[in-house]
Design a protein around this ligand. Sequence first.
Ligand code: PRT
Length: 97
Amino acid sequence: MAESSEVLNELYKIILDRLSSQREGSYTVKLYQRGKPYIAQKVGEEASEVIVASLAEGKERLISEIADLLYHLLVLMAVNNVKPEEVYEELKRRMKG
Ligand SMILES: N=c1c2ncn([C@@H]3O[C@H](COP(=O)(O)OP(=O)(O)OP(=O)(O)O)[C@@H](O)[C@H]3O)c2ncn1[C@@H]1O[C@H](COP(=O)(O)O)[C@@H](O)[C@H]1O
């Protein structure tokens, strides 16, 4: 099992693996088959669910919605060939000590 700090990288690798193997029954593959506009729409929906949970639902629900959003965001990154390291680099570049 990945260290906490490595979870997003690990999940991204699993997503890439699902996309290259086209594994049957994979939700990631189902998203991919529906196309980029659908994946982008899902990210929007999941972000809305995070907003609602943060304002009107408990912490447990909020954590679950954030996890859904992060997963869909990683799928969106994968289909657009954006690697987590590239996002980390951008965040580091902006980071003020
Ligand atoms: N982390 C996730 C993850 N988070 C959320 N989801 C799925 O995202 C969907 C969100 O629910 P929604 O109600 O919005 O969508 P839905 O009604 O199920 O489906 P839609 O038809 O609306 O797209 C659920 O089906 C969840 O199972 C995820 N599906 C997969 N993963 C991980 O991704 C990896 C690859 O999974 P597979 O591609 O399924 O093998 C594995 O490590 C999984 O654990």
